[in-house]
Design a protein around this ligand. Structure first.
Ligand code: ZN
Length: 255
């Protein structure tokens, strides 16, 4: 009987019949993988409560029969990230990242850099290395960069005027994929947000650096506000849908 083992982050789990769970893992070596955990639902002892969202586990799986899913044989805890699940705000942010990646990652296509990004973003959330909102801006900006979807931030996408010569009227344009100057921001206002040059500079700096460097950055209050608005519009625009957990997060902020 063939199988494999891999470190993996638990992104999502759903009930499957009366006894089993189907779990979406982000494997370091294999990308997104669906795994069936037999009897995990009925008997909590079977995996001793390890199968919680955002945990990092070492999995041992039996390879699928033709057309089937790998079957989870054993799981060992690597990093629990338990502080995330104890906090409703942290849980909502982590759920948004997990849902974003569940939708974007392809099955069995490794994404080692994005795995590392998620790992360090969860770690930052768990250990309070930055406020959850800041960590989410960092996660989204770095995700877009690693996914090859980074918005252009150094100058106007339309006329190439550098940021330093754009004055204070700068707009973030979803469709054009970056910032535009006042002169180029004509026509319909759909998908265009005003953004200050200071925020653009902070987001551009995040684009160019690794998460372990940028997680020590303290964004200004207005950069957090504008950065969240811009990223939480731009990421769903590229995904083609608004993740359910993002809607919940945004509702919670309004209350
Ligand atoms: Zn322009």
């Amino acid at each position: 009987m063939s199988g494999f083992s891999t470190p993996a982050i638990l992104l999502r789990r759903i009930d499957h019949g009366d006894h089993d769970l189907i779990i979406t893992f982000f494997s370091r070596e294999k990308g997104r993988i669906p795994v069936v955990a037999k009897n995990a639902k009925k008997s909590r002892k079977r995996f001793s409560g390890l199968l919680e969202p955002f945990t990092v586990l070492e999995l041992v799986c039996r390879s699928p029969k033709r057309g089937g899913m790998p079957v989870l044989q054993e799981a060992a805890m690597q990093t629990p990230f338990a502080q995330i699940r104890d906090d409703v705000v942290k849980t909502l942010y982590a759920s948004y990242w997990a849902e974003l990646l569940s939708g974007w990652l392809e099955e069995y296509r490794p994404q080692a850099k994005i795995y590392r990004l998620l790992y360090y973003a969860l770690r930052g959330l768990d250990r309070n290395l930055a406020a959850p909102a800041e960590m989410s801006i960092i996660f989204q900006v770095r995700f877009l960069t690693l996914a090859g979807l980074a918005p252009r931030m150094d100058g106007c996408v339309a006329c190439q005027t550098p940021l330093d010569r754009m004055g204070s009227s700068v707009f973030f344009d979803l469709e054009k994929g970056g910032i535009v100057c006042n002169g180029c921001a004509a026509g319909s206002n759909w998908g265009r947000l005003r953004i200050s040059p200071g925020t653009v500079k902070q987001l551009a700096w995040i684009q160019e650096n690794e998460i372990r460097t940028v997680q020590r950055l303290r964004l200004t209050g207005s950069a957090v506000k504008e950065g969240l608005l811009a990223m939480e519009a731009f990421v769903p625009y590229h995904l083609g849908r608004v993740p359910r957990s993002l809607r919940v997060l945004q509702q919670m902020r309004r209350q």
